[in-house]
Design a protein around this ligand. Sequence first.
Ligand code: AKB
Length: 332
Amino acid sequence: RQIPADASFHSASFSGTDQPRVLITGGLGQLGVGLANFLRKRFGKDSVILSDIRKPPDHIFHSGPFIYSDILDYKNLREIVVNNRITWLFHYSALLSAVGEANVSLARAVNITGLHNVLDVAAEHNLRLFVPSTIGAFGPTSPRNPTPDLCVQRPRTIYGVSKVHAELMGEYYHYRYGLDFRCLRYPGIISADSQPGGGTTDYAVQIFHDAIKSGKFECNLKPSTRLPMMYIDDCLRATLEVMEAPAESLSMRTYNVNAMSFTPEDLTQEVLKHIPEFQITYNVDSVRQAIADSWPMNFDDSNARKDWGWKHDFDLPELVTTMLNFYGSDTR
Ligand code: AKB
């Protein structure tokens, strides 16, 4: 692997006016397909390649370029970047918080070793690299209400540890080699057409499916558990906005982004406005509850708002209306 010995190659082959050629890793997770569709509207269908190690469903395979890519296989990754003249890489492969605790060695391989491959290929080929981080990069000793960008980060999950590692490694490669690394710490992301898998904030997606399907939902967090959340449209827009922001506007390379904070109780009250017969019960999962209790309750994203003009569109009422409308069952 050949990483430049200094930062002199910085922006040698990419200028902000070029149309990017995009690769998305971990493309069949909660966010990849939505991001691909969003970027394809902006940059053209063939400019955005979705990749994963899993076989895509037909509708995804036919909606635009899809390729096999294993982030643990450095040569495979490099071949894809070279053959497709990739200039922007969105690295979405990761095991999330709850599933990571159930399989620490796999989480360590995917989230840490995989990131090393991605950083090296991005540095070697002068890519602009986006890596999502998370509220999970904070822990019980971080200030939780609100949580600023810069504070103590001592997460107690392998997911959180791997994300702090990603933030620090990306920033190190930026300062050491000139890598154009950009990172947002996402709150829990709520999406209608794609499912999360193995996260602590998943309840806030599942509740809509179950409310529509059966009018009932069993929640695995306590009613008073407050966590930062965001609707997927805001998440995708924030991601593109930070990627397009002029480098001079970025006073740092890892930003908190936020939209709202709510508890299962708050969310239930809002769902009840649409489905008065909705019923929630609680069956707390101790692993998820311990994780949630160590995470931010409110996220301070004032630097993102100040530096590159971040502004969310969806608060809780719009989120609930949109999610229920998506399933065609807004009963008002
Ligand atoms: C999880 O719950 O693990 C993720 C996250 C907040 O990073 N959704």
